[in-house]
Design a binder for this molecule. Sequence first.
Ligand code: ZN
Length: 692
Amino acid sequence: MASARLADLWDDAVANSLDEPGKLLYRSNLLGSDLRITNFGGGNTSAKVKATDPLTRQEVTVLWVKGSGGDIGSMKLDGFSTLYLDKLEALKGLYRGLTHEDEMVGYLPHCTFDLNPRAASIDTPLHAFVPKIHVDHVHPDAVIAIAASRNAEKLTQEIFGGEIGFLPWQRPGFDLGLKLSKLATENPHLTGVVLGGHGLFTWDDDAKACYQLTLRIIQKAADWLEAKASKPAFEGSKTTSLPAAERAAIATRLMPEIRGRIGKAQAKSGHFTDAPEVLEFVNSNALDKLAPLGTSCPDHFLRTKIRPLVIPFAGDIEATIASLDGLIEAYRADYAAYYARCKHADSPAMRDPNAVIYLVPGVGMLSFAADKATARIAAEFYVNAINVMRGASGVDTYVGLPEQEAFNIEYWLLEEAKLQRMPKPKGLAGRTALVTGGAGGIGRAIAARLMQEGANAVLADIDQASLDAAVADFGKLFGKDRVRGIAMDVTDEASVIAAFEETARSYGGIDIVVNNAGISSAAAVEDTTLELWNRNISILATGYFLVAREGYRLMKNEGNGGSLVFIASKNGVSASAGASAYCTAKAAEIHLARCMALEGAPHGIRVNVVNPDAVLRGSKIWQGEWRQQRAASNKIGEDDLEEFYRKRSLLQRSVYPEDIAEAVYFFASDLSAKSTGNFLNVDAGNVVSFTR
Ligand SMILES: [Zn+2]
């Protein structure tokens, strides 16, 4: 399989119009645009730039280096930290040796140039002390494959013929910066270094030359691996992939089962992939040998945990599900033992002992994390790890990072401090909500409210065009990972079942179901046709039943409770003339909610009702016929309806979609953890709908 070559994207016309920091940003974005050059969020770039000191007006040299966090592919100029190079040099005089290395991080803010608030990364000394103007540090799969081979140093020499040096694995920090500096200074012919078990450094005094050098070195490694690799990869295949539809069906069954077991303390979002490189690995003879070795590059295992959990799948899904308890228990015990073996006196407490990556031969890979984007990115990192293992085991023996080193990174006090600084997760983080009528006015307001609190939203609607627009809008607001649109007809059992299957496969399960899709109609009893009657019953009563039943089944199966919220109506509790079919169907919804609350309680599944009244703005129900009929029956103009309903309410206020969404959020969240079988009127007050 010959892969496409890395493209030189440097454009002089663009670059020559930029100043030095601009050129550095340009180079960084180009490097980060190709995942073969570096993984998401991995690597950093720097330039040593002349500038005028704001106080002394003297010329000084400033190190521009990617700061803590962010990704070189998408970063902006404010992603760089800026530090006085002479002050960084002066830190060498304060250095007390390897056991005190971490204290050097505390000095970095003292070197800040021009009050730049961007925190300097742990890799700063690695850039500062290399005696070249431009430095690139990237994590290419092809180079890590060499760096994670047993004979990494020899292979580096063989491939690059002395142009690229080698440093054995060492945790990045001040000390590695000194070693890198020494190697580069004593060997001026070197253009870069392979860091064992980690990645690549390259350098040059010219920005463009540095970029092209980085590309050339990575391409050389990739070409060499391709030419030398033993075939087939991973010692050939042991298992055959199931057909795509069956792989998806197995993932759909397995994901809620796993999520239910590992999400008791904190809800998790899942991700499924059966990309060709994943299947090649999970189906291979080498799986059982390589998977337990864990990943190599620190970036990889911080995202994927020390090792994945392999779920043997022998073609029987029920037997596989039955085996999950034992497999997950064994993984946790293994993780706890790793923690106990490696911990230091001052190590932070053990974190979540559950696996992040689950490998299923014949099926693919599942991943779970605190939110959907993190779960997806973890899967992408494991694909990086697979590429590394394929490369290394194809030319040599793959070696994972030594366990103690892995632990020292995972439970590094600096890493812990970073975690502690992160904002606390929002109330609905990791949870998934399905909202019917999700592309309409009230449905969108509900989804937006739940997403603001961290939930993933599945918008289910029959209107594909509105659905596409809503998904695009929410993607921009909350990130594409957190929203899905599913075309669904609430009256069609197969369509509803398929929507929940897709939800399970997209996010791992369900926590919140909002029954909101509706219609309205008005007719005197004698004029109510059977067709009109059936239409109300099928969409409002049967539709609510089908959606609630599937959501309930999935929640019960996961075993971590959940919340169903029905959008009913004031008319569900109070009779209204001229709308018998609608009122009867709405009453059926409310009673269904009470029956389900009764059955759901032992499983922690809560069912509550929100009764809106006269939410005209943004509502599809209030367009067309219903609007005309309501205006006619109240003997007013259509434009006067909102004012009419406002004046009719006790509080004399209009009710908006956002008001309904707030009530749904209350019932969906733990704020109402002790409420079930309730209804809440959001109608600005109507005595006829008072609870009785
Ligand atoms: Zn790195």
